[in-house]
Design a protein around this ligand. Structure first.
Ligand code: NZQ
Ligand code: ZN
Length: 388
C-alpha cells in the first residue's frame, strides 16, 4: 500500500537539442548581475561555453565568471564563490556543468546571505535555511546525479575527511541537451550511469508492499541498461544519451520515493569512501554495492523477495527450479556482469582506499535506518573489508 506523500517539484525543464535557446528568455526574469559557474574547462573545449555566452549577451547580462569547480566540490571553493557573489552583488547564478557544478551553485546560493559558517550550519548541523536565496539555473553537461531537478548539494571538507549533503532549493530551471553529453569521457559516463542505477535501487530495495512507484523504478532500470550498452558502442548515440539523461532526472527528483521507504546505505558508504579518497562518485557506489547487497540477501527474507523480483523483472532471470535466494543472487550476479561490462570500479581499492582507512571511513558513514537491515558499525567495517 502506498504511504501518504506530497510530491512537489518546482524546477522547470527544457529538454532537447535546441533547449539552450530558452536560456535568454528565462534570464529575463532575473536581475542584471549573473555569476557564470563552471568546472575544469571542458565547456571551453566542446563549445558549450560560447553558446552560453551568446545567450547571456542576448539577455544583456553583466557576467562574472567563476571557474575551476572540481569534481566533489570543496567547502573552501564554496567560500570563494560566496565572497565573489557578495562583492559583485550577484542576482542570479548559472551553473554550466555536471552535478558538481550544480551542487556547488546551490551551496553558494544559500550561503551568500547566511550569517553562519555554511559548513557548520548547513552540512554539519542541518540548520534551516532562513536567509535570502539567490536563484539558480542549470545547463547540464553530464547525466547522473539528478542535481538538475533536486535541492541536494554534496560538499567535501578534506581536512575533516568528510563528504556531506544538505537540501537547499531546486534550480529554478534546468536545460538538458543530450548532445552536450557526447564529450563526457567514458569513465565519467559510466560513473553517471551507475549513479542513476544506484539512485533507483536505493529507493526500490526497501518495503514489502505492492506499489506503483516500484513498477516505475523497474521501467527506468530496464531503459537504463539498454541505453548504457548502446553508449558503450557509440558515444554519440542521441537516442541512448537522451534516454540516460531523462532517466537520471527521474531517478532522483522525488518520484521514486513517493509512498515508500528508502535505503540510502550504498550512498552513505560511497560518500564515506570518497571523503577519504576523493574518488569519482559513481565508482564509489559500484565498489561497495556487491558486498552490501549480499549482506541484505543473507540477513533478510524481505530483501530476498525484493531481489528476487528485481532478478526476474529487470535482469530476466528464469526462476524455474531455483530457490528464491538462488534467483536473488543470480540477479545480483547478472547486474555485476553488466557493471564489469561498463568498466566500473568493483572494489574500493580501485577507488584508492586501503585497509588502514577502514575505521575512519566507517566513522564518516551515517547509518540508514529504514532499509531491510540496520547495520552496526561492525557490519559497516565488514562490508568495507569485503569491498577491498
Ligand atoms: O570540470 P569539468 O570540465 O566540467 O569536467 C567534468 C568532470 O571532470 C566532466 N564533464 C562534465 N560534463 C562534461 C565533462 N567532460 C566533457 N564533456 C562534458 N560535457 O566530467 C567530470 C565529472 O563531473 P561531475 O560534475 O563531478 O560529475 P557528476 O555529475 O557525477 O557530479 C558528481 C557530484 O555530484 C554529487 C556527487 O557526490 C559528486 O560530488 N551528487 C549530487 C547529488 C544531488 N545533487 O542530488 C546526488 C548524487 O548522489 C551525488 O552525491
Ligand atoms: Zn548519487
Amino acid at each position: 500500500m502506498l504511504g501518504n506523500f506530497t510530491f512537489h517539484n518546482p524546477t522547470k525543464l527544457y529538454f532537447g537539442e535546441n533547449s539552450l535557446e530558452n536560456l535568454s528568455k528565462e534570464l529575463d526574469k532575473y536581475g542584471k548581475n549573473v555569476m557564470l559557474v563552471y568546472g575544469g574547462g571542458s565547456i571551453r573545449k566542446n563549445g558549450i561555453y560560447d553558446s552560453v555566452i551568446a545567450e547571456l549577451n542576448k539577455a544583456d547580462k553583466q557576467v562574472v565568471e567563476l571557474s575551476g569547480v572540481m569534481p566533489n566540490p570543496t567547502i573552501e571553493k564554496v567560500m570563494e564563490g560566496v565572497t565573489l557573489a557578495r562583492k559583485e552583488n550577484i542576482d542570479f547564478i548559472l551553473a554550466v556543468g555536471g552535478g558538481s557544478v550544480c551542487d556547488y551553485c546551490k551551496a553558494v546560493a544559500g550561503s551568500v546571505y547566511c550569517e553562519h559558517d555554511p559548513w557548520e550550519y548547513y552540512f554539519n548541523n542541518w540548520g534551516e535555511m532562513t536567509c535570502r536565496w539567490i536563484p539558480v539555473g542549470c545547463v547540464l553537461t553530464m547525466a547522473g546525479t539528478g542535481s538538475e531537478m533536486d535541492s541536494c548539494s554534496v560538499i567535501s571538507k578534506h581536512s575533516e575527511n568528510r563528504k556531506k549533503f544538505y537540501y537547499f532549493r531546486n534550480p529554478d530551471f534546468s536545460i538538458l541537451n543530450p548532445v552536450y553529453t557526447y564529450t563526457v569521457p567514458m569513465y565519467h559516463t559510466v560513473a553517471g550511469v551507475y549513479d542513476i542505477m544506484s539512485h533507483i535501487l536505493e529507493q526500490y530495495l526497501s518495503g514489502t508492499d505492492d506499489n506503483t512507484t516500484d513498477y516505475i523504478a523497474e521501467g527506468l532500470m530496464r531503459s537504463l541498461i539498454v541505453s548504457s550498452r548502446k553508449v558503450l558502442g557509440n558515444q554519440e548515440d542521441y537516442e541512448a544519451r537522451s534516454n540516460i539523461m531523462w532517466t537520471a532526472t527521474w531517478a532522483l527528483n522525488g518520484l521514486l520515493s513517493c509512498g515508500k521507504p528508502t535505503d540510502w546505505m550504498v550512498h552513505m558508504l560511497g560518500q564515506a569512501v570518497a571523503a577519504y579518497t576523493d574518488a569519482t562518485h559513481g565508482h564509489t557506489l559500484s565498489a561497495v554495492s556487491g558486498a552490501y547487497y549480499r549482506l541484505l540477501i543473507d540477513r533478510s527474507e524481505d530483501a530476498v523477495m525484493k531481489f528476487r523480483r528485481l532478478a526476474t523483472v529487470v535482469w530476466n532471470i528464469v526462476p524455474a527450479g531455483k530457490t528464491d535466494k538462488e534467483i536473488a543472487l543470480e540477479g545480483l550476479e547478472r547486474m555485476e556482469d553488466w557493471m564489469r561490462e561498463l568498466g566500473l570500479a568493483m572494489n574500493i581499492t580501485d577507488c584508492g582506499a586501503n585497509l588502514s582507512q577502514l575505521e575512519g571511513i566507517a566513522d564518516a558513514c551515517p547509518i540508514n535506518e529504514s532499509g531491510y537491515v540496520v547495520l552496526t558499525r561492525e557490519d559497516v567495517i565488514d562490508v568495507l573489508r569485503q569491498s577491498l
